[in-house]
Design a protein around this ligand. Sequence first.
Ligand code: NDP
Length: 254
Amino acid sequence: MRLFDLTGRVAVVTGGNGGIGLGMARGLAAAGATIVVAGRNREKNAAAIAELKKLDSTALAVEVDVTDQRSCGEMVAAAVERFGRLDILINNAGTNIRKQPEEYTLEEWHTVLETNLTSAFTCSRAAYPEMCKSGGGKIINIGSMFSIFGGAFAVPYASSKGGIVQLTKGLAVAWAKDNIQVNAILPGWIDTELTRRAREQVQGLHDDVLRRTPAGRWGVIEDMAGAAVFLAGRGSDFVTGTAIPVDGGFAAMG
Ligand code: NDP
């Protein structure tokens, strides 16, 4: 059995048009999967597809807003219509609004929760019947170090990412009977657009991360590929409901 070969598998990656999502999409493509990149920004989608095609991957872009239930349903329908099946869903799309907790509007709270947490529930439910038809599937939810730790400037974000871990466990238990494994990846500090903004907004963050990360560096999007390929392939068929940090040792540091 080829444990890390994804040939013939169809994967949808929300937010696959940049950052961590693109890093994971590249990894899945290199392992043989067909990729559906799902993001809002048409230009970023097109650039990601061009990049994946250079890896000889079959890839399709779908414009989706993951906060919109109908859009999530259409995303899954587009993948199945084009490729005939759905095997892997990576719930990666995410956002953050950084403020002190007392300064958020309720609308800002909902924006972060809906983009990061509710969307994973919605997309997973849209994917479920298709995965059942394929005889099983793999759902990978993207958490964060804020799934574990608190952050004064990231209360809605940490709430959403804590929720991702519990969503992962619940779906894993519910859908084990359908041969669907549901796991989370908890990235440490990875250099992306999201964290470039964070470094502008949070003084000292760049050096704090270097100091606090045993590996002594920021992660790069390529660091995310290995865990994604493992959790998307047969090698993880008896792994479900878990959350794997990919963090250069950040979570292990006392
Ligand atoms: P980016 O800002 O680079 O990527 C975010 C992605 O999410 C984009 O592709 C964006 O696509 C997509 N997205 C955002 N909102 C929506 C929406 N409503 N509908 C569809 N797509 C949407 O950030 P990262 O790559 O850093 O983040 C990816 C994930 O990793 C997030 O869940 C984040 O919380 C998580 N994470 C990141 C860490 C890091 O250090 N970078 C650490 C821990 C977790 P578009 O622009 O087209 O809308």
